[in-house]
Write a protein that binds this ligand. Sequence first.
Ligand code: C5P
Length: 219
Amino acid sequence: SSKADMKGKKVLVTAGPTHEKIDPVRFIGNYSSGKMGYALAEECASRGAEVTLVSGPVSLSLHNPAVKLVRVESAREMLAACEDVFPSSDVAVMCAAVADYAPRNVADHKIKREHSDVPVIELVKNPDIAATLGKMKRSGQLLVGFALETDNEADNACEKLQRKNLDMIVLNSMRDKGAGFGTDTNKVTIFKADGAREEFGLKPKREVAADIVDAIMSI
Ligand code: C5P
């Protein structure tokens, strides 16, 4: 895109999974590739925005040197980075697949295979980064979330939009082939806080990113 409609805007994007440490060699994670978040960060930067990308562990590289990359591992680290950057942001897009739970204790030595007992890993709830930023949000700031649902998709997405105080939510359907985790394409429906809803076709993630940014700029 040759548009420069985000010039002067500061944008925060989260991307990728989080890894929640069990011991020095193991973690709880998920299959998020980070592709959608990286595409969004690149799209915003190419349209003139000043972008900070807070990324969980992924094996992707950035093509646009204008994107400031902050690497984190866990949900708690991602929250801290976002709390730091959000107050001076105009737009925040929460694209990361944040782990819902983390082990209560991180073992400082590799957990050994037991002869009799199977280890039990006690979990604690992770902070909800999007909801935390939703509470911090000032007028003029725009907060965008994602939803990945298997059933009651639209209802669940709209409930999340309200509960987390978002201005817009992007629903990826698990039902669509070529959409969601790991793929290079995505198929989304965008719901805005005013009730407007727009459905898009299956396309490369960079084009999906352009549609999402168009929707953001229309608010
Ligand atoms: O509640 P759920 O995980 O389905 O919500 C998805 C949205 O909330 C995404 O935008 C995701 O990045 C964000 N989220 C978050 N922190 C969490 C869980 C979800 O920012 N702990």
